[in-house]
Design a binder for this molecule. Sequence first.
Ligand code: ZN
Length: 323
Amino acid sequence: MEIQIPGIHHVTAVTGDASGNVAFYTRVLGMRLVKKTVNQDDVSAYHLFYADRRGSPGTDLTFFDWPQSPPARPGATTIAPIGLRVNDEAALEWWAKRFQEHDVAHGAIVEDGGRTLLVFADPEGQRFELVADRGVPGGEPWPESPVPPEFAIKGFYDVTMTSSRPPSTAAMLTNVLGFRAIGEYGREGGGRVTVFETGKGGPGAEVRVVSPEDGQIGQVGIGGVHHVAYRTPDADQQVEWRERALEAGLQVTPVIDRFYFKSIYFREPGGALFEIATDGPGFTADEPESELGRHLALPPFLEPRRAEIEAGLRPIEVAAESN
Ligand code: ZN
């Protein structure tokens, strides 16, 4: 059987302010902090995961806390904006008001390439689009969220990436990862956008590739995306993806066991970092759903170093509730 990528697994970005990050994503956006752990390759940094109530694949927006990092620079090789989805246009209108009340930088509700969306940015300039998904089922709302369930963020709609070599990125997406090109349009203010979909397509399964206006190469940093991860149902299919990427000449890592999922990473030819991650075992592998995100979780191989790791982390402090 032909293997397929169902869609986005998670998107990982960079923050320089873990406390402010938790406050914004849980209190303002109403997402659930489902895992508070560390970057397994740099245990001095938090790795924070925000998602629906269960941390379902396709809903996880994650951050590395790297206060020493320079600010992100837009341009080729970077991934932005991140598309998050909500039910409908009524939800977009509700969010526009909420952003106003919370002093969140945002635009007007607009049409772009067939999507109705609202652009906004987090306090560090991380760029987002909130996209109406026309009621396509998505993540399960978190009951403790300050956001009413009918307006909740349901997961990813898509990501947009600026490729330094759009034809090579397109060839990689279609020939290696099995995406299909489904449309192309010019964006207001410039830039050519090609839309690709994978799996069943639609919300959570699209990527937009933008041709750079100038030769400017971007840079990962605070307020920018580090990588996008795509889903694979299991470890056997992940091995097949790995072989396929190797055959295509991509430099792909070995399978890395992240404990909550297994991962492979490679840089696509246009410069962005891609990951393919397994759906399981998921975030309830080490704590029950009711406890998700409440305590510092460490994978078993880091547990013996807990005291040292905790001592190296800045405490996360979130001021008293303000909806
Ligand atoms: Zn990742």
